[in-house]
Design a binder for this molecule. Structure first.
Ligand code: GLN
Length: 470
């Protein structure tokens, strides 16, 4: 009840697209009944959880924040949603995002941008008084980061205890860093993608947003496991994932990738990064500089592969099977074209166009195949570093703290938004687990997160180290 009333109070954040109040109350009653009857409870009985609106939910509208899917009500639950419900979780609603999870700001969905709850925090407002207010007070707020910004705002504003995001290039970790949360992207293949509406099938992973690392481990325990409906899931996830309460870091080797020290990195994040490294060192851990030499190709490579998979994935939205269909009936071709023009925003259309360009017969070898080779080199960089004895890598999550909306939407900042994924994308290309943990507040009174990247399927070790720092 408390969470539901907070959802109403914080409606202006635009975190939720759909609030599933009736479902949540019914599930809560059932949990209570089980509890009173002395029945055994699931790991999440009575725990309010929100779901990003790109996971299919039985009987609840699933839009991907796109005109294309407005009004679409899936006939099935994503496997992860089913698993949450099986363990007694209360489904609070579906959260806002960039259209089809394409973006890093949560500013590009058809339901409008998500506002960062920290914009209204006492710390930030006090600092801001010294500065002139923006021209348009209505836009005088900070972005959440994205694309799972609705999920991050929902957890950060205490409307739920945890939320599902999706992470293709950083979409869970980026908003977690900007909203002061833990944002965890498990190893590719550990958690089922069945029912997660795809962006880039070879990189998509359901993500977990929580207020502490232990909560993320509990959720991973619920979600991980083989799913016959997702052939990329592993047979043995290596459960349980619960974390030790005390950790000795003195036997650890922490790698600091030198290529991540980019000129665009804010001096504050940079200094918090080095402070964290020092902290490990003073506790006896070995902290060494390492090299991931193909990092500089990461953004370009990601974009060729992402747009190519997008071009292929989006072909299913043709006006016949799901969601939107325009009124034109002169020809099938004209109907397809008008439906897609009306249904997708310019970011999605732009990616479809780029992807189809890279996949043209005459371009395929030069772009798509080459990008796949570069992806392998990027993945091998990690293998080499981990084979040399490094246990986890410590990096920034984002270039800076959350920026004001007006600054973010400036045309030339679009490049910056792509640039912002620089620390997160490579883990998706290599399928590695990665987690962002909040470490401190900036001078502006805003949260800053740092990222750990671990060996494939060593998710528990990764979370254990992250818990030590949090
Ligand atoms: N910002 C990246 C993109 O726009 C990542 C998105 C994501 O992880 N869903 O593709």
């Amino acid at each position: 009840q408390k969470c539901l009333s907070l959802i109403k109070k914080t409606k202006f954040l635009n975190a939720y697209i759909t609030v599933s109040e009736d479902e949540a109350l019914k599930q809560a009653e059932e949990s209570e009944r089980r509890y009173k009857n002395g029945q055994s409870l699931g790991d999440l009985d009575g725990i309010p959880i929100a779901i990003k609106d790109n996971f299919s939910t039985l009987g609840i509208e699933t839009t991907c924040a796109s005109n294309m899917l407005k009004g679409y009500v899936p006939p099935y639950n994503a496997t992860v949603v089913e698993k949450l419900l099986d363990q007694g979780a209360l489904l609070m609603g579906k959260t806002n995002l960039d259209e089809f999870a394409m973006g890093s700001g949560s500013t590009d969905g058809v339901f409008g941008p998500v506002k960062n709850p920290w914009s209204y925090s006492k710390q930030y407002r006090e600092k801001r008084k010294q500065k002139p207010r923006g021209e348009n007070a209505d836009s005088d707020w900070l972005i959440t980061g994205g694309s799972s910004g609705g999920s991050a705002a929902a957890v950060s504003a205490f409307t739920c205890f945890a939320a599902l995001g999706s992470d293709t290039g950083g979409s869970t970790r980026n908003p977690a860093a900007h909203c002061g949360l833990v944002g965890f992207k498990p190893s590719y293949g550990l958690v089922s993608r069945h029912g997660l509406i795809p962006l880039v099938n070879s990189m998509d992973v359901p993500g977990i947003l929580t207020r502490c690392v232990d909560d993320a481990a509990v959720l991973l325990g619920v979600l991980a496991g083989h799913d016959p409906k997702d052939s990329t899931t592993v047979q043995d996830p290596g459960k349980p994932f619960l974390l030790p309460s005390l950790t000795d870091v003195s036997k650890l080797c922490i790698g600091i990738p030198k290529e991540y020290l980019v000129p665009e990195l804010s001096s504050e994040v940079r200094s918090l990064w080095s402070k964290a490294a020092d902290l490990f060192e003073t506790q006896g851990a070995k902290v060494i500089e390492v090299s991931l030499p193909h990092t500089i190709y990461s953004i370009v490579c990601y974009h060729v592969l992402c747009t190519s998979e997008v071009a292929s994935n989006m072909a299913r939205f043709d006006g016949l099977e799901y969601g939107h269909r325009c009124n034109i009936d002169v020809s099938t071709e004209a109907m397809y074209a008008a439906t897609r023009r009306e249904g997708f925003n310019d970011v999605v259309r732009g990616r479809i166009l780029s992807g189809n360009f890279f996949l043209l017969k005459e371009n395929y070898e030069n772009y798509f195949v080459k990008a796949q080779k570069v992806r392998r080199l990027i993945a091998n960089d990690f293998v080499n570093v981990f084979n040399s004895g490094v246990d986890v890598l410590l990096t920034p999550t984002t270039l800076s703290e959350a920026v004001p909306y007006l600054e973010f939407i400036k045309e030339d900042n679009r490049t910056r938004s792509a640039q912002d994924d620089i620390f997160t994308q490579a883990a998706n290309m290599a399928g590695l687990p990665a987690v962002s943990v909040p470490v401190a507040l900036s001078n502006q009174g805003l949260p800053v997160g740092l990222q750990f990247i671990g060996r494939a399927f060593c998710d528990q070790q990764l979370l254990t180290v992250a818990k030590w720092l949090e």
